[in-house]
Ligand binder design. Structure first.
Ligand SMILES: Nc1nc2c(ncn2[C@@H]2O[C@H](COP(=O)(O)OP(=O)(O)OP(=O)(O)O)[C@@H](O)[C@H]2O)c(=O)[nH]1
Ligand SMILES: [Mg+2]
Length: 371
């Protein structure tokens, strides 16, 4: 059953159009439904009255078919197959290197996004299938920080609900979410996807009441070894559930179906709530960290200058003609064997989020590829 909102039923606040757009970074385990979620969110925003076309970025270099029209697509800048060949890499190393190469051009991405700041309300980022490539790489951190310093940003952690009904799987997924939250420190929304297959009420129950979760744990396995003692795994999970209880307190969670469109209204409400959270919590922290960094940098610069001046005076005393004969070495042409392209906005001419509705068709749509 689809509960996607009919046109014209939702009230829009005009004030929000004057605000900066919110960036939604979609993260989740492989196959959790990130790309389908981005496709549905894109369709949902287009169907609003008035339409709110988002600015969409695909950061997955290895995907062969993107089910939405991305404004910026990493595949236009870096050829992942070529990277694998040139650098002798396997698939994951290839994706990671492609992302690293793209990150070196992320200033261009931000420039393109900034050009559209006034006309879009949401900037959506779809990340590579292998979650750790984005969450545990330097480039993932650089991209996240760069986006979060330019606009309100929220992490949408997409969960494959039918695959997390087992308490142990649920817990490992939540621990992963927890580690991303503490790493990025950004407002965080747990998105229980695929609710058309498996409603997410069980997860809400487990998050609200850890005794319910412990009961589920006990029911799921015997939880006791041959001598009747709780198994190591069971004790560990029981203690972990207490830790996670703290983590759940500051979290928003919604259930969605990226196939039927169910729950997307709730998701956008959670995003608006996260904007406030970003402004009241993340921004002041960011400002504090920036000041601290600047201060450290200033001190280290002063320190280096003093040492440099000292060294120069010693050199001059030793060799008065030295500086006159010093010559810069001629700059060598950088001969990179891998050729990257500049970042392009695919729909620069057509306005933000030029959109083709493919949400109700299973046909294999061939997206136009830039030459
Ligand atoms: N029933 C159902 N299936 C879904 C839903 N969302 C995604 N799927 C299916 O889940 C599979 C994976 O979806 P993707 O969107 O490719 O997932 P992903 O996280 O982007 O995958 P990778 O980028 O490869 O990690 C596809 O077969 C989707 O059709 C949903 O809400 N309901
Ligand atoms: Mg994907």
């Amino acid at each position: 059953m689809s509960t996607s909102e009919p046109k014209g039923k939702e009230k829009e606040t005009d004030a929000s159009s004057k605000k900066k757009p919110v960036a939604i970074i979609t993260i989740g385990m492989a196959g959790a439904g990130k790309s389908t979620f981005v496709r549905r969110l894109n369709a949902y925003l287009h169907s609003r009255d008035p339409p709110k076309p988002p600015y969409v970025l695909n950061l997955d270099p290895a995907v062969t078919h993107v089910p939405y029209e991305a404004n910026i697509d990493i595949r236009d800048t870096v050829n992942y197959q070529e990277v694998m060949k040139q650098y002798n890499l396997g698939p994951n190393g290839g994706i990671l290197t492609a992302l690293n190469l793209f990150t070196t051009k992320f200033d261009q991405v931000l420039e393109l996004v900034e050009k559209r700041m006034d006309s879009v309300d949401y900037v959506i980022l779809d990340t590579p299938g292998q979650i750790e490539i984005f969450t545990w790489s330097a480039s993932g951190a650089i991209i996240t920080d760069a986006v979060a310093s330019s606009m309100p940003t929220v992490v949408a952690y997409v969960i494959d609900t039918p695959r997390t009904t087992a308490p142990a799987t649920f817990m490992s997924n939540m621990l992963y979410a927890c580690s991303i939250l503490y790493k990025t420190k950004l407002p965080f929304i747990l998105v229980f996807n695929k609710t058309d297959v498996q409603p997410h009420e069980f997860a809400v129950k487990w998050m609200n009441d850890f005794e319910e979760f412990q009961e589920a744990l006990a029911m799921h396995g015997s939880g006791r070894d041959s001598e009747g003692e709780p198994t190591y795994m069971n004790s560990l999970m029981n203690s972990m559930s207490l830790v996670l209880d703290e983590f759940y307190k500051g979290l928003k969670s919604v259930g969605v179906s990226s196939v039927t469109g169910d729950g997307f209204k709730d998701f956008l409400e959670a995003v608006e709530g996260s904007r406030e959270e970003y402004e009241t919590q993340y921004l002041p922290d960011l400002e504090r960290a920036r000041k601290q960094r600047e201060e450290t940098l200033r001190r280290s610069k002063e320190d280096s200058m003093t040492r440099l001046m000292k060294d120069l005076s010693v050199d001059r005393a030793k060799n008065p003609n030295g500086p006159l004969s010093a010559k810069w070495e001629e700059e060598e042409d950088e001969d990179d064997d891998f050729d990257e392209n500049d970042v392009i906005d695919r729909v620069e001419e057509g306005g933000p989020g030029k959109y083709i509705d493919i949400t109700n068709t299973d046909s294999d749509v061939q997206w136009p590829r830039p030459m």
